[in-house]
Each structure stands twice: as structure tokens, then as C-alpha cells.
Ligand binder design. Structure first.
Ligand code: TXA
Ligand code: MG
Length: 303
């Protein structure tokens, strides 16, 4: 299956593959035609950059130029793992189509045996956004990918359910100080331990990363955030209005919440509910911050 997936990728096709965060929809990062098809299938604006996935941290210096020491330190600490580093693009190795024409590129080594085998066998960079249509809920199983993309994807590698469940943390290391563009699987405390100081979030008005659009990660149902204590009364009120209500209660730990979040949103959508009442994780630290971020964006999409 891996050999066939590599063949398909080399021929310009699209291969969905598992990662520890969510499933990715992969194309050869050096093949402009394959990248055009990737953006068409994803339904993504062509100026939104995608992450390039590689098997080894050493490839960072092939795909990027002027890589700062802090990037090497972060890669050494967290790769393979749910961290994406935005660095300066090596113009010969990454097609501008992968990066929305930018001078920078997001790179990561995913922590999943199937992904690593696939990436290693391919050898080059694999450009891959999450394997969902633009703006929708990310897939955490091979079946989610098939449900969303059907025959638009040539091969789906099945590596079981994603164990982290929310996307990678994105850190831009092209400026004077590293900046967090998207919270995700690696938390602020872990980053600070390597950088030596807390990292700033990017707050500038410019959209640096489309995953940071206010409305994103949206199920079909409207998502409302509620406190655990008001869950029952809010559900009763909506039901009295004749609406079908689904409830997303916070699991015991933030890690568990992250793992089941997207699957639960899909389960509730499949049930055809009108409104999903979601309780934020009690713990805003660690991966709880990423869960809260995704829930807020899902709720913003309903506005
Ligand atoms: O965990 C993940 O990151 C998953 C798996 C498949 O690796 N991928 C993922 O890709 O979430 P996607 O395309 O759904 O989100 C990638 C985010 C986007 O918000 C994009 O704008 C940002 O990464 N990004 C990629 N390259 C960038 C760059 N050069 N500068 C700024 N943001 C970048
Ligand atoms: Mg995505």
C-alpha cells in the first residue's frame, strides 16, 4: 500500500495519510500541477499556504534556507511531533504553489509510523493540509477522509484514529523572536522550556495562517459554547423551540477531549442536530488551549 501511495504521489496524484494530529491530504511539494489539484479538491484559496511534511528533521535544511538555531532546537525537541515551523523557503525545493507564493514555508515531521514510512519512501516533501474540505471539521480517521473527499483522493492510507486529535502548533521562526501562529498539540509551556521565555501569539491584523480565521473547523450544526452548569437549561430552552440539540460534554482530561473532539462533532452532525452545545475544557492549559481555540472557531462559524 505504501509503495502504491508513493507511486501515485510521484505521478502527481493525491494521497491521504494518517498523522498523530489529523489526517493530511498529500501532494508532491515540488509538483505545481499536483498542488493545483490539491487546492481544487480541498476548495482552498490558492494564496493560503500548506504545511510540507518530511520524514527527518535533517530535511529542514534542504527545504529551507537561513534556518535559525532556535528552529533546530525546536525540531530536535519536538520532532517527530505536533509542531510546525515556519521558516524561509528554499526556492529550488518547494514550489511557490505550496506556500501561496510566500517566501516562507511551514515544515513538520509527523509522529506516526505510517506517515513516517510513507514520507521516508517518497523522500521529498509532501505538501498536506488537513484532509477535509476548506473550513470544515478535520478528519481523525481514514473513514472521515473517505466520507469527505470520496473519489477526489487517489489513495487513503489507514493508520487508525489520530492519537492527538487536534492540529499541530505552528511557530514562525523567521522574525526576531519566535511567534505562535496557531495553538495545537505542543503547548506554550513545552515551547517556553526550549525557547527560554514564553512565546508571543501573533496578534497582527494580517491573516498569517488561515487556520487562524475566526470561523473555521465548523460542523454543519450551529455550535454554541455553554458553561457546564447551564447546559441542561440551555438544552431545554432550545428543545422547547423545536430544535434538535446535541451535547458535547468535556471529557475528564484535555488530552482526551482533544482526541475525541472532531469525531464527536462529526457524530453529532451525522445525527442531524441543529445545535451543538459544547462545554469548554475545564483546564485552559496544555492541549486544553487548543481544544478551546477550535471550539471558539467552530462557534464563530455559526455567527
Ligand atoms: O497537524 C497539522 O498541522 C495538520 C497535519 C495534516 O499535519 N495539517 C494542517 O494543515 O492542519 P492545514 O493546511 O489544515 O493548516 C495549516 C496551517 C494553515 O493555517 C496555514 O495557513 C498555516 O498552516 N501555514 C502553512 N504554511 C505557512 C506559512 N508559510 N506561513 C504561515 N502559515 C502557514
Ligand atoms: Mg485544516
Amino acid at each position: 500500500m505504501i509503495a502504491r501511495a508513493v507511486e501515485v504521489l510521484r505521478a502527481g496524484g493525491l494521497v491521504a495519510f494518517p498523522t498523530e494530529t489529523v489526517y493530511g491530504l498529500g501532494a508532491d511539494a515540488a509538483n505545481p500541477d499536483a498542488l493545483h489539484r490539491l487546492f481544487a479538491v480541498k476548495g482552498r484559496p490558492t494564496d493560503h499556504p500548506v504545511i510540507v511534511h518530511v520524514a527527518r528533521a535533517a530535511q529542514l535544511d534542504d527545504l529551507a534556507r537561513d534556518v535559525p538555531d532556535i528552529a533546530h532546537a525546536l525540531a530536535a525537541a519536538f520532532w517527530p511531533g505536533p509542531l510546525t515551523l515556519v521558516v524561509r523557503r528554499n526556492l529550488d525545493r518547494v514550489a511557490p504553489e505550496a506556500t501561496g507564493g510566500r517566501d516562507t514555508v511551514g515544515i513538520r515531521v509527523p509522529d506516526h509510523p505510517v506517515a513516517l514510512e510513507f514520507l521516508d519512501a517518497f523522500g521529498g516533501g509532501v505538501a498536506a493540509p488537513s484532509a477535509n474540505r476548506f473550513g470544515r471539521v478535520s478528519p481523525t480517521t481514514a473513514q472521515h477522509v473517505r466520507d469527505d473527499l470520496g473519489t477526489d483522493v487517489d489513495v487513503v492510507l489507514d493508520g487508525g484514529p489520530s492519537l492527538v486529535g487536534v492540529e499541530s502548533t505552528i511557530v514562525d521562526v523567521t522574525g526576531v523572536e519566535p511567534v505562535v501562529l496557531r495553538v495545537g498539540g505542543i503547548d506554550g509551556e513545552q515551547l517556553a522550556r526550549i525557547v527560554g521565555a514564553p512565546l508571543a501569539p501573533r496578534t497582527a491584523g494580517e491573516i498569517a495562517a488561515p487556520g487562524t480565521l475566526a470561523a473555521h473547523y465548523a460542523p454543519n450544526a450551529r455550535v454554541e459554547l455553554v458553561g457546564a452548569e447551564e447546559l441542561g437549561s440551555r438544552a431545554d430552552r432550545l428543545r422547547a423551540e423545536g430544535l434538535a440539540v446535541g451535547v458535547l460534554e468535556a471529557p475528564a482530561t484535555a488530552a482526551e477531549y482533544a482526541r475525541v473532539l472532531y469525531r464527536q462533532l462529526r457524530v453529532l452532525d451525522a445525527r442531524g442536530v441543529d445545535v451543538i452545545l459544547a462545554v469548554l475544557p475545564p483546564d485552559a492549559d496544555g492541549i486544553g488551549a487548543a481544544v478551546a481555540d477550535r471550539l471558539r472557531r467552530a462557534a464563530a462559524a455559526a455567527q
